[in-house]
Design a protein around this ligand. Structure first.
Ligand SMILES: Cc1ncc(C[n+]2csc(CCOP(=O)(O)OP(=O)(O)O)c2C)c(N)n1
Length: 629
């Protein structure tokens, strides 16, 4: 830790420092973040970029009472460090450690447990209205990135900014990046403005704003007019916001801490909402992150070697994401109708090679999951075969589009749901524990889950053949090794048909698994075999429709245990239970294993699965209990 950072334990300690000291502190914090994240993993590039911004905000506002809302929240590390949590960074995102996102359970300085883009402006509006009703006058600040402010929810909020008749500052943190380069018309506009600005221009803008603020006795519009007249930009960044009648200031340098403090002081006194546009550098101060912000958006642990990182010696592990991307690229080579769509997650969803190989068949719509689904619906209506690749947690955003434009029309859109199930260190905002529930209730929707690499290919091929919507869900995990890939898994997927993976003579129980958790079912079967308890293992493959063969086991007097990496409520097991009830099967012979409807905190994925009992030992225990009856 650095000399200054050693003495900083609260925002009050930051407020005491001079601007040169704050500049030094910013460097110390950046080093601290870099060293911590290199050991624990976490979001790096965005955090390195907002250190000065965070310090300046804390110098001017008092966020014990003033309200600070981070959009997405992945850039809150400096905020956590100076609000008394720096000692907890050794356990960042680990069990018993702090979250990588804001979390009100951790600190009074965090207002919402966030993780999804585009929520900060609307919640800030709500808090501002709350303040008015409660006759309070605390300041409100929302910090949002240039990729998140063009999200639909952000625009809906901007459209409603007129509801706020008091101070509310939106800090637009523009680093011209999402995880990957930003996409779309707004991004192009922002980047044109950025290119038209020299460092000198930014400085002039700052001076002009400061010169014309505060606006005692004058309207903010007048002040903005005077600022604009004295800057004379060739390409005004303000155009877009001004057309919405939102007072806009900037762009200014987001690393000039002294100026930022003065700007925040001036803008804090406005009596209505305003936007301050700041330019920052994603990955600032660490060459590899500066040069490769996508790689360092979110990272696992790595070794720093001076200004570089040491190459990892671990051989490339094969994840479901990788398996998905490779198989889709192979399939696309055989069928020209295949299109891949992502919403700002090309790398995360394993589509980098697809993009390289088929650039004309790859579409990134930015952080716009609902739009991704409707674009896919349009493509499918026009004879294409879109594979929409979105993490389970973010797909929640497009529930209505999936129903209205896809399920209702029975269009052949393929939903490729990565990060389905527990996601480990990102924690509760990012778990993918609800997709089976919200998708299987829709008409026409076919739900599949490959158990391994072989089945990933087969599921994609099935989806290509099928003439309606298909869901393929898979976890943030490595694919199971060969011994867990049984011969029955190489049979082509047939609509609503399960495969028996292990059948045991005289078995009184069957373990029915959905998706990659088959590995645990097979481990459990081996453990039970050691205890001379024969069981069958069935790989369900489909959660909608569920194979009637599964419930026919009940009629034969067998008990069944369902297991899935999803909440029990509305999940695969519930689908089995519904089918069994409708067919008058004995329901007390069914046990469901899955996640409870509680919040499971950040931790490694294995521990999360263990914690809720989605593992071989719990299956064995459950089997023992059922057979003892
Ligand atoms: C609804 C939603 N979709 C996707 C994501 C994944 N995601 C996390 S951060 C990020 C990029 C955000 O870019 P920006 O707002 O510009 O912030 P920066 O990382 O550049 O600071 C994305 C796409 C998300 N958090 N929420």
């Amino acid at each position: 830790m650095g000399k200054l950072l050693d003495q900083v334990n609260s925002p009050a300690d930051v407020k005491r420092l001079s601007v040169p000291q704050l500049t030094d502190l910013a460097e110390e914090i950046r080093n601290f973040i870099l060293n911590s994240v290199s050991k624990t993993g976490g979001h790096l590039a965005s955090n390195l970029g907002v250190v000065e911004l965070t310090l300046a905000l804390h110098c001017v506002f008092d966020f014990k009472t003033d309200k600070l809302l981070w959009d997405v929240g992945h850039q809150c590390y400096a905020h956590k460090i100076i609000t008394g949590r720096k000692d907890k960074f050794t356990n960042l995102r680990h069990a018993d450690g702090i979250s990588g996102f804001p979390n009100p359970a951790e600190s009074e300085y965090d207002l919402f447990a966030v993780g999804h883009a585009g929520t900060s402006i609307a919640t800030a509006i709500g808090m501002a209205i709350g303040q008015i009703h409660q006759k309070q006058d605390n300041k409100i600040v929302a910090v949002i990135g240039d990729a998140s402010i063009v999200n639909g929810t952000s625009f809906e909020a901007l459209n409603n900014l007129g509801l706020v008749k008091r101070q509310m500052l939106i800090v637009l943190n523009d680093n011209s990046m999402a995880i990957d380069a930003t996409v779309g018309a707004m991004a192009k506009y922002f980047s044109k403005v950025r290119l038209s600005q020299t460092y000198e221009d930014l400085r002039k803008t700052t001076n002009n704003i400061l010169e014309h603020m505060p606006v005692i006795g004058k309207s903010v519009e007048e002040a903005i007019e005077r600022i604009k007249r004295s800057i004379r930009m060739t390409l005004p960044a303000s155009q877009m916001f001004e057309s919405l009648r939102i007072p806009y200031f900037g762009p200014v340098d987001g690393h000039d801490i002294g100026s930022l403090i003065q700007l925040f002081e001036a803008l804090a006194d406005l009596n209505h909402p305003a936007i301050l546009h700041v330019y920052t550098k994603k990955g600032k101060g660490f060459q590899p992150a500066d040069q490769g912000p996508t790689r360092f958006h979110s990272t696992g642990p790595f070794k720093i070697n001076g200004d570089a990182i040491e190459p990892t010696s671990t051989p490339g592990i094969r994840t479901f994401t990788k398996s998905f991307g490779e198989h889709l690229t192979e399939l696309a080579a055989k069928d020209k109708r295949i299109i891949a769509i992502t919403s700002a997650m090309c790398d995360g969803t394993g589509l980098m090679n697809f993009r390289k190989k088929f650039p004309e068949r790859f579409y990134d719509v930015g952080i716009a999951e609902g739009t991704a689904v409707d674009v896919a619906a349009g493509m499918a209506r026009n004879g294409l075969k879109p594979y929409v690749c979105i993490y389970s947690t973010f797909l929640q955003r497009s529930f209505d589009q999936i129903f209205q434009e896809v399920a209702l029309q029975n269009l052949p859109v393929v939903f490729c749901i990565d990060r389905a199930g527990f996601v480990g260190p990102d924690g509760p905002t990012h778990h993918g524990l609800m997709d089976i529930g919200f998708l299987r209730m829709m008409p026409n929707m076919v739900l599949t889950a490959p158990a391994n690499d072989t089945e990933m290919k087969l599921a994609q091929e099935f989806a290509l053949r099928h003439e309606g919507p298909v869901v393929i869900r898979y976890p943030k995990d490595i694919v199971p090794p060969k011994p867990f890939i049984k011969s029955s898994c190489s049979r082509p997927f047939k609509l609503g048909q399960c495969v028996t993976v292990k059948s045991s003579k005289n078995s009184r129980l069957a373990i029915i698994s959905y998706g990659s958790i088959l590995t645990e079912a097979l481990k459990a079967a081996s453990l039970l075999a050691e205890q001379k308890i024969p069981v069958d293992v069935i790989n369900a493959r489909f959660a909608a429709p569920v194979d009637k063969k599964i419930i026919s086991l009940l009629k034969k007097g067998k008990g069944i245990i369902t297991v899935e990496d999803h909440t029990i409520a509305c999940g695969f097991g519930s689908a089995v239970l519904e089918l069994a009830a409708a067919n008058k099967c004995p329901l007390n012979a069914i046990r469901l294993l899955g996640a409870p409807r509680t919040i499971i905190g950040h931790d490694c994925r294995e521990s999360q699965l263990l914690q809720v009992g989605i593992n071989a030992d719990t299956i064995v225990k459950t089997a023992g209990e059922m057979l003892a009856k």
